[in-house]
Design a protein around this ligand. Structure first.
Ligand SMILES: [Zn+2]
Length: 112
């Protein structure tokens, strides 16, 4: 995969949106770690931090939980990088399709 494509993938998949879609509980730009059963802290604490500018994340309690949006999908779903990339690609395509549909509907629906 080319760098350009990866960039497109990152831009089309804001990390917070992806996290919500995966089922991670979010509060502003923090979330509950999906490996929180390993935490020393009380489970249910918001230890995941999302960097929206960098489209990255990390858990303050897990050394091995963190990275970019692709890593998030890999770690969460326990799949390899290629599968995660495919999942994110489909996500963008689906998004574009629905946006297009919505736009068309809007155009048709205008009555004035
Ligand atoms: Zn954690």
């Amino acid at each position: 995969m080319e760098d350009r494509d990866l960039e497109k993938l990152e831009h089309g998949n804001p990390i917070l949106e992806v996290a919500v879609e995966l089922g991670i509980k979010i509060k502003s730009n923090t979330g509950i770690c999906f490996r929180s059963d390993r935490h020393a802290d009380v489970p249910g604490e918001f230890t995941l931090f999302f960097d929206l500018a960098k489209n990255s994340f990390f858990c303050k309690d897990c050394r091995d939980v963190g990275g970019n949006v692709i890593d998030l999908v890999c770690l969460y779903r326990g799949c390899d990088r290629e599968k995660a990339i495919n999942w994110l690609k489909h996500r963008i395509e689906f998004d574009l399709e629905t946006r297009e549909l919505y736009y068309q509907k809007n155009k048709k629906g205008k009555r004035k």
